[in-house]
Design a protein around this ligand. Structure first.
Ligand code: G3P
Ligand code: MG
Length: 254
């Protein structure tokens, strides 16, 4: 779907930064995405124990850092002592956890767009995360270079309460599989986009979304044949670990 008011959403978005080639959700992964020609990245945001918003996917530290335990128990000082690059490869030893502020400054400096996912882990407070993250993102980036998405309806509701103008705050509704009520929810929230798991998307639902005012984004698309098929189905943008692999032309803008 084209939208003259927002011509710039590319056909691919780098998932957690260029996560096929750099440690996910790090400054290095965003620099790598930019160097590879990506114009937009998708990143996850959560709160540390002291309330600092940071770019992180899991509730725990084990998979992607030198630490153990829960992110929500960490202070910023303790977070900065962790190595978040060595688990991926020796090329990234010494990488530090990115605060949302540092990440927003980098994305703005690089002129990139951001799909910020409000990652609400079990038991966490939606409003606290939205209040800490969304005004920062809106202050750092123009509305046309920001989509804030979430699986959490409570978070999406809190965001729309924070900013009622759908052009100033573009909301992305995240689903594994779009439910029957997706259009009602999208209209209620004045949502900009639906983000669905491509493996659970049918042609009928894709066509219905493509015919609606909402953009259709699919995650996590790493198979070139699936990408081509989804584009035929009307997908606007694929969230991918390795966008160049979908397009087959590295270092071009896509
Ligand atoms: O935003 C799309 C995708 O990132 C949602 O799943 O688990 O990778 O954050 P996840
Ligand atoms: Mg995500």
């Amino acid at each position: 779907m084209s939208d003259a008011a927002f011509p710039d959403l590319p056909s691919t978005i780098a998932h957690r930064g260029l996560s096929a080639h750099a440690p996910e959700n790090t400054l290095a992964a965003v620099r790598a995405a930019h160097a590879a020609g990506c114009r937009w990245v998708e990143l996850d945001v959560q709160l540390l124990g002291d309330g600092t918003p940071v770019i992180w996917h899991d509730s725990g530290l084990r998979r992607c850092s030198s630490g153990r335990g829960k992110l929500q128990r960490l202070s910023l000082e303790a977070a900065h002592r962790l190595d978040v690059g060595a688990w991926f490869s020796g090329d990234f030893v010494g990488e530090r956890m990115a605060t949302l502020d540092a990440m927003l400054a980098l994305i703005d400096e690089l002129g990139m767009g951001l799909n910020l996912e409000i990652k609400l882990c079990r038991g966490r407070d939606a409003k606290a995360l939205v209040d800490a993250a969304v005004p920062r993102a809106m202050a750092a980036l123009p509305g046309e270079r920001l989509i804030v998405s979430s699986f959490s309806l409570a978070a999406l509701d809190a965001m729309r309460r924070l900013e009622s103008d759908p052009k100033r705050l573009r909301l992305g509704m995240l689903y594994d599989k779009a439910p029957r009520r997706w259009l009602d929810e999208a209209q209620r929230l004045d949502a900009y986009s639906l983000h669905v798991d491509w493996r659970r998307l049918t042609l009928n639902v894709a066509c219905a979304i493509a015919a609606s005012p909402c953009k259709l984004l699919c995650y996590t698309v790493n198979d070139p044949a699936a990408f081509a098929r989804l584009r035929e189905w009307g997908m606007d943008s694929a969230i991918s670990d390795d966008p160049a692999n979908l397009i087959g032309v590295p270092r071009l803008s896509y």
